[in-house]
Design a protein around this ligand. Structure first.
Ligand code: GLY
Ligand code: MN
Ligand code: MN
Length: 434
């Protein structure tokens, strides 16, 4: 957990941007998995970004204005429940530990919200994210409206609180970058372990277990997203998460996996040979994707537009696909017609942070936005060759993606996930079969 003053500063920053009105930001709900078993609880990213508070059943209320006030609603102390489920701060201790101005029992939320919204110009809320919360917010607003004959006015505007928050979250602080660096390191070590452990005859899930082992061993509570461990043709299924097949001699293994540490994601993909050696055809495709990634990363610097890495990767991929006999014509023609999309159908990256596909606009005023220092993004070109008419048979079922996490620095950029082996030589050395 970061210093609680950091969260207080963020709340002040948000209040300044709101200027006036009241923001309500609940944490995530607890979800039943089946009968009385729950999914592991994961806080809401916005809520945690502003509070550092990790317990379920909690809501942040931020009153903007001359003297902004932040109020936490959370579970009360309950010694009986704490025996079964573990420690609860309770409002008083939470207020002190997390630097809130006030804290109250979550059971008082519906009673207090109409009072907090009375005579306020606006409610800042994540309208549309959760229908149960939408209904509650409408209930509070109607309760204030019911007081109109007593001279009370209700908020006239509902604003999306995510708009200012997304911009704040897009630029990472030194503390956030330190956590992301560690999350990237642990995830890179997990990929190295997977490379060492994979061999023909083992199952995809066994390699997934190696990844999870490394994550937990270093304190990461969970993967940041469902790990993709895809041998052979499974690599051509972009969101393959069954991870149930046996690994075959001569196949590639595509692994897209990263841990979440202290609420921050890493997102790494590596593609390596199950038997430790790339075949000539696999190597050709791999080197093409690697060159595309290098070209993309070379464009990342402050002032570059969001789309430049994608365009740089596309050029290399289009040329490579022509060289491999996957596409015909000139690079410009392949790009223009979009013929490359038969083998590369996704974008080259996304913002990365608390959420793996992190918040933040990609365009501004209709133009791709410019990169700025302390933004973090992924760079993940790929090539997925399904069997098909006119597709050279020796390339069938080869699927390659290479994904790294990149921090925009003051001058250029830094690959946070560089410790995950990536060149053919590095990978063949790690698999121990070079
Ligand atoms: N693992 C999800 C992605 O690469 O975007
Ligand atoms: Mn990604
Ligand atoms: Mn990924």
């Amino acid at each position: 957990m970061m210093d609680s003053q950091i969260y207080r500063k963020r709340r002040h920053q948000l209040a300044e941007q709101m200027q006036s009105g009241v923001a309500v930001i609940p944490t995530a709900p607890e979800r039943v998995r089946n009968r009385d078993s729950h999914y592991p609880f994961r806080f809401d990213s916005y809520f945690h970004y502003l509070s550092g508070f990790a317990e379920p059943e909690a809501v942040l209320v931020l009153v903007a204005g001359e003297a902004p006030k932040s109020i936490l609603f959370c579970r009360e102390k309950n010694l009986e429940r704490e025996i079964w489920d573990g420690f609860r701060h309770g409002p008083e201790a939470a207020r002190e530990a997390f630097c809130f101005d006030e804290a109250h029992s979550i059971t008082l939320l519906d009673e207090m919200m109409p009072k907090l919204l009375a005579d306020q110009p606006s409610l800042h809320f994540h309208l549309g994210a959760d229908s149960a919360w939408d209904a509650r917010a409408v209930g509070w607003l109607n309760a204030v409206r019911a007081e109109v004959r007593n001279g009370i006015t209700a908020p006239a505007a509902i604003r999306d609180v995510r708009v200012p928050l997304d911009e704040m979250r897009l630029i990472k602080s030194a503390g956030e970058i330190a956590v992301m660096r560690r999350s990237a390191e642990i995830s890179a070590a997990a990929h190295r372990r997977a490379m060492q452990q994979a061999r023909p005859g083992r199952y995809e899930f066994e390699i997934e277990a190696e990844l999870l082992h490394e994550f937990r061993l270093h304190g990461a509570p969970a993967p940041a997203y469902s790990s993709i461990v895809a041998g052979g043709a499974n690599a051509c299924v972009l969101h393959y998460v069954e991870n149930s097949a046996v690994l075959k001699d001569g196949d590639l293994l595509l692994i897209d996996a990263g841990c979440e540490l202290d609420g921050y994601a890493a997102d790494i993909t590596r593609t390596f040979p199950v038997n430790g050696r790339y075949s000539p055809a696999q190597r050709d495709v791999y080197e093409m994707v690697l060159a595309a990634q290098a070209a993309a990363i070379a464009t990342i610097m402050p002032g570059a537009s969001w789309d430049e890495p994608h365009q740089a990767a596309l050029k290399v991929l289009a040329q490579g696909m022509i060289d491999l006999g996957l596409c015909v014509g000139s690079v410009d023609a392949v790009l223009e017609s979009g013929d490359y999309k038969r083998f590369y159908m996704h974008k080259t990256g996304h913002w990365l942070g608390m959420d793996v596909h992190d918040v933040g606009d990609y365009k501004r005023g209709g133009e791709w936005r410019k990169l700025e220092p302390d933004m973090v993004m992924t760079v993940e070109p790929g090539c997925y060759i399904r069997p098909g008419e006119g597709v050279p048979a020796h390339l069938w079922n080869i699927g390659v993606r290479i994904e790294d996490d990149v921090l925009v620095t003051a001058i250029t950029c830094e690959v946070l996930t560089a410790a995950a082996p990536k060149t053919v030589d590095e990978i063949e050395a790690v698999t121990g079969k070079a």
